[in-house]
Design a protein around this ligand. Structure first.
Ligand SMILES: Cc1ncc(COP(=O)(O)O)c(C=O)c1O
Length: 416
């Protein structure tokens, strides 16, 4: 029996935000405060370390390759972070990409990805997006409904092209995650219900010239730390795959989506245990699977590669509550407000003394603009830096110019 020790991840990755014994912070192995000072970095700003992403992607690939016997293909979920340099780096390393709109598809092609390595997901593909995807020759359209399949067929016929596609199956499982990022339950808008599959299979079988079926895809949710539901989902998917084979469809691959979470509240070492748990779940669910396996990881690769650097504008004390008011909030990082996500908040400089409890809020004129509640800090002061950790995934991509607060740049840490 293998133990779940972190040391089993044999590719040591570059760590993100770390706190030393005296409270001093480092990011991607370099001192945070001194580096920001030397670079006269703007605040607020995201910092993004490509070294962290590169090493985590390598570890992810290696751990899965050690556990799985099938050929493996990785398509980075660009929705989590679309920084041009990040995409160029991943494309250069030979990874593919998963996109969810025509805009993301074009962005991927503009930043080095080969069209054959693009997986196009998403429930609302327009005719125009499908046309562009077929003209570009994307590797795989993940089809989310029968009407979408019919639309793809029409466009393929009109262009005299063949669409390579997978059907995203909704396995009707409830992933252990926040309801807003669970996608594999039957009441979610994502994926195709088992009842629709025979008809879709027939459409594909009747149009081999225009529809080139690769297999099924699934993605049951994001920020998964427990993979029991994923194991169930794969079992259900394999049963459905067999039914499709019996109907005459050939299956080349299975796309198992993304979803591997990180320990936002724990230590970075816990991430390696999560990754190992994921790999073991897949190894046991897919033992002997004869096709290729495709992956669409997002968060696990990039979350720890980013941090949001903000400044305390005011320390406001009321008889009821203390607030740290930062110069960036939901305009820069929406996750806490969108799905009650937890982000670590660290202050620079670290001070000594008694601590008190604060809510950490942003400048936006909304009461929901709260980055963290009931956090303990020692003697926070106006002008101190407040670093929001683990903000590389679904951070900068969700930023807005609400209240016309201005764009928050995402700067490359590796260049500072
Ligand atoms: C279809 C699809 N694939 C991949 C991902 C990436 O997920 P994660 O960032 O959790 O790995 C998502 C995000 O939810 C998604 O919707």
């Amino acid at each position: 029996m293998k133990s779940d020790s972190a040391s089993e991840v044999k590719v040591p990755w570059v760590k993100g935000l770390e706190k030393g014994p005296k409270g001093e912070l480092s990011f991607a192995g370099r001192p945070l405060e001194a580096t920001l000072k030397a670079a006269s970095a703007a605040v607020p700003a995201y910092v993004l370390s490509l070294a962290v992403v590169q090493s985590r992607a390598a570890a992810y690939r290696k751990v899965l390759a050690e556990h799985l016997e099938q050929p493996l293909y990785f398509h980075f979920a660009m929705k989590s972070n679309n920084h041009p340099a990040l995409l160029q780096m991943l494309a250069g390393e030979g990874y593919g990409v998963d996109v969810v709109s025509g805009g993301e598809m074009q962005w991927a092609l503009d930043h080095g990805f080969k069209s054959a390595d693009v997986v196009f997901s998403g429930v609302a593909k327009s005719k125009n997006e499908i046309q562009k995807a077929l003209e570009a020759g994307v590797g795989q359209l993940n089809v989310e409904s029968l009407p979408e399949l019919v639309r793809i067929l029409e466009v393929a016929k009109s262009l005299k092209k063949t669409a390579r596609l997978a059907i995203r199956f909704n396995p009707e499982v409830k992933a252990e995650t926040h309801p807003y990022i669970a996608t594999g339950f039957r009441e979610n808008k994502f994926g195709v219900d088992a009842l629709d599959l025979p008809e879709m299979a027939d459409v594909i079988l009747q149009n081999p010239e225009f529809l080139d079926f690769q297999g099924l895809s699934l993605h049951i949710g994001s920020q998964l730390l427990d993979f029991a539901a994923l194991g169930d989902a794969i079992q259900k998917t394999l049963a459905v795959e067999q039914q499709l084979k019996n109907r005459g469809l050939k299956i080349k691959s299975l796309d198992v989506g993304g979803g591997v979470g990180i320990a936002y509240k724990g230590s970075e070492d816990e991430d390696s245990q999560v990754l190992l748990k994921y790999a073991r779940t897949l190894a046991s669910a897919l033992k002997g699977y004869p096709g290729e396996l495709h992956f669409e990881p997002g968060r696990f690769w990039v979350a720890r590669a980013g941090a949001l650097v903000t400044r305390i504008e005011y320390v406001k004390r009321t008889p009821y509550k203390n607030f740290l008011i930062l110069n960036a909030g939901m305009n820069a990082l929406l996750r806490p407000m969108l799905y009650q996500a937890y982000h670590r908040i660290e202050l620079v400089p670290a001070r000594e003394g008694a601590s008190a409890v604060y809510d950490v809020v942003g400048p936006v004129c909304e009461s929901s603009d709260t980055l963290g509640t009931l956090r303990e800090f020692i003697d926070p002061r106006e002008g101190d830096l407040a670093i929001i950790g683990e903000a590389g995934a679904y951070g900068a991509v969700l930023a807005s110019n609400y209240n016309l607060l201005g764009a928050v740049p995402e700067v490359l840490w590796d260049d500072l």
